[in-house]
Design a protein around this ligand. Structure first.
Ligand SMILES: [Zn+2]
Length: 310
């Protein structure tokens, strides 16, 4: 049977790159944001609880990629996710982007990235008593040197790479990257020989030479469930696939509008309609739902057998 993972990125509205922690953000980082912001900031707790209820209803154990500082700013929330039996994985410490969005060149040192990811991993492990082995780069900006660093910290898989015709957030051309999990080469993102870390790339919908991202997130809101479902079905031909969304995608609240002039339509479709889309598309799949770590374990074993690694 084909395997499928549901993945959820735990971050709040101010973690998005337009607001905090990127080469084009208003605030340098979340510390800077909290030193200046006086309004309500928690738009995350309520839709995360909604997400946990939805997963209970669907009887799915998901993987939560969590911005580690959420442990400190939303007491009890990460623990609540862990006690439901979901896998806890890492989505950075404060959702900082480590490369320039335009040039893909580093804007922070390798050493700084290493220290922050070490702190993120420890923070999540202390809170949930789970061994954290999964990583997703904040805003999916990822490079080979970042992969090397997280491997050195004991992470076993990354799931940030999306090969598609609309955007590329890596420093590689992704020539050899498709929808199947693979071992990235050292220092790069292109496929290489077996190593201690597996990349689980995102699904896409292929029409001729065009690849349209269909992992979920904003594309689930913009393009609808039918399209995402078709992309996931295509990807499942290789054996497995994944869906991702944010609790913010199913939130009923209106987020602070200070930044909406930059992306006026970004949050136009969200809330109940998106929750129903998730429910509908997952009901259409005849798959075994597994966590990402389980998916990584199975693929690692299979690819190593295939490469005849002792
Ligand atoms: Zn994110």
């Amino acid at each position: 049977m084909k395997t499928m993972s549901v993945t959820i990125d735990i971050e709040d509205w101010y973690h998005v790159p337009a607001v905090c922690s990127s080469s084009f953000s208003k605030y340098k980082d979340t510390e800077d944001f909290f030193s200046k912001w006086n309004g309500k900031y928690d738009y995350l707790t309520e839709p995360t609880m909604q997400t946990l209820d939805l997963l209970d209803e669907l009887d799915i154990h998901a993987t939560f990629f969590i911005v580690a500082e959420v442990v400190n700013r939303y007491p009890g929330l990460v623990k609540a996710i862990g006690t439901k039996g979901h896998e806890i994985a890492c989505h950075g410490y404060n959702h900082m982007c480590y490369i320039n969005a335009r040039t893909r060149r580093p804007i922070h040192s390798r050493e700084f990235f290493l220290r922050q990811m070490e702190l993120a991993k420890k923070t999540l492990e202390r809170e949930t008593s789970q061994h954290i082995i999964g990583f997703r780069a904040p805003a999916a900006y990822v490079t080979g040197w970042m992969i090397d660093v997280i491997e050195s910290l004991g992470f076993k898989y990354d799931s940030s790479v999306s090969s598609n015709s609309l955007y590329n957030k890596t420093d590689s051309k992704l020539k050899g990257v498709g929808r199947m999990p693979y071992f990235p080469e050292k220092g790069g993102i292109e496929p290489g020989p077996p190593r201690g870390l597996l990349e689980i790339p995102w699904p896409y919908y292929e029409i001729g030479p065009i690849r349209i991202p269909s992992a979920g997130g904003p594309f689930l809101r913009f393009l609808g469930a039918r399209f995402i479902l078709e992309g996931i079905k295509q990807s499942l031909r290789s054996g497995s696939s994944l869906l991702y969304f944010h609790p913010l995608d199913i939130s009923h609240e209106i987020f602070p509008s200070e930044f909406s002039w930059r992306r006026p339509f970004y949050w136009l479709v969200k809330g109940r309609i998106v929750e129903d889309r998730i429910r509908w598309l997952l009901s259409k799949l005849d798959v075994e739902y597994v966590t990402m770590s389980e998916q990584a374990k199975r693929w690692t074993r299979m690819l190593c057998d295939f490469a005849d690694v002792p």
